[in-house]
Design a protein around this ligand. Structure first.
Ligand code: HPA
Ligand code: ZN
Length: 334
């Protein structure tokens, strides 16, 4: 069922779609040496014990991305996967500091990604938005400098986000830059409650004024928070395979996604960093459905949530929901 129904993806780091094969071909194109001998060796290195153990490898892998064409090729490969998985709208994150800190210009990164997204719209009919994330392990001042540097591109982004090492880097560290971003008309989202406590989700809501929480799986530790998220219809972009790979849950059958749905939270399913975590969005749906015994109605609810939680304009959202409803009805009648 999941293959044939349209969906939106709302939690996807474009740097996390770098497949080992592309990593090798970009390394060759740019004459960069990799600490791996083969694609198999790269895949074998993807065993993580925590968020940090993943981030170390992830930032190292991103070094092969040098030119606008590299960012285009990376993004285009992801869009081809979107087409296969029936993703009709995607809101992607990128981390400018991962690239500007090694001398790649902001424009090189942004223009390469955006050119592919424009072609994705024209050639594949996939709509998209770009969200610029600040790396929370770096300073607030660094984030502010990145925000200033990105000004010429603000009108081409939908919002700002916050990612990287959560523990010890609370949302309140970035209150000021998020305030500036909102003043510039950008929407706010943030990773919170992945490894960090429920308190960080409160901070993301109250200090950063986020409209959506990325991960947020720790919210079930706090009943008042769950009530707040439900009453205010704040969506959570959950990434099940990522959570298991990074040891947030011991196994997929221990994941709390079904409990979150049952509590009335607006939960969505997403792939986060699919090349590193063993699967794209439909792999996440399939594995989660099996592990948690989700029925078709629950999957349908998750798909509806993906459009409702998106930053699509009202008419576009309505159009996607109507098409989803029709297709789901047809499948249910068969
Ligand atoms: N959490 C925090 N930072 C990240 C992630 C994540 O899951 N993926 C890429 N950067
Ligand atoms: Zn993420």
């Amino acid at each position: 069922m999941i293959d044939s129904l349209p969906k939106a993806e709302l939690h996807l780091h474009i740097e996390g779609t770098l497949e080992p094969e592309l990593m090798f071909s970009l390394a060759e194109r740019n004459a960069i040496s990799l600490p791996y001998q083969s694609v198999e060796e790269v895949r074998a290195a993807y065993q993580f014990s925590s968020l940090q153990s993943f981030l170390d490898i992830y930032y190292a892998g991103a070094k092969v991305l040098q030119t606008e064409q590299d960012f285009y090729d990376l993004t285009w490969a992801y869009l081809e996967r979107c087409q296969k998985d029936n993703v009709v709208h995607t809101e992607i994150f990128f981390d400018p500091q991962t690239h500007t800190d090694r001398g790649i210009s902001f424009g090189t990164v942004f223009e390469g990604i955006d050119a592919a997204l424009q072609d994705g719209k024209k050639q594949l009919g996939i709509s998209s938005h770009i969200i610029m994330c600040f790396l929370r392990h770096l300073s607030a001042e660094d984030a502010m400098n990145t925000f200033a540097m990105s000004k010429p591109w603000h009108h081409r982004m939908i919002g700002v986000g916050l990612d990287s090492s959560e523990q010890g880097n609370p949302p309140r560290k970035f209150t000021e830059v998020f305030e500036k971003a909102r003043q510039a008309g950008l929407k706010a989202v943030a990773h919170a409650g992945e490894e960090g406590p429920a308190e960080y989700i409160w901070e993301a809501l109250k200090e950063l004024k986020v409209l959506r929480v990325d991960h947020g799986v720790r919210c079930l530790d706090d009943d008042r928070l769950v009530q707040y998220l439900v009453e205010n219809r704040i969506p959570l972009t959950v990434c099940p395979l990522s959570n298991v790979k990074l040891c947030v849950f011991d196994s997929l059958s221990d994941h709390n996604l079904k409990q979150m749905l049952d509590r009335g939270l607006c939960v969505t399913v997403n792939s986060d960093d699919p090349s590193y975590f063993g699967g794209y969005i439909n792999d996440n749906f399939r594995a989660t459905q099996t592990a948690l015994g989700l029925d078709n109605q629950a999957v349908y609810q998750l798909l509806r949530n993906s459009f409702n939680a998106s930053f699509l304009e009202h008419s576009e959202r309505a159009r996607h929901l109507a098409r989803l409803d029709t297709l789901y009805q047809e499948l249910s009648d068969d």
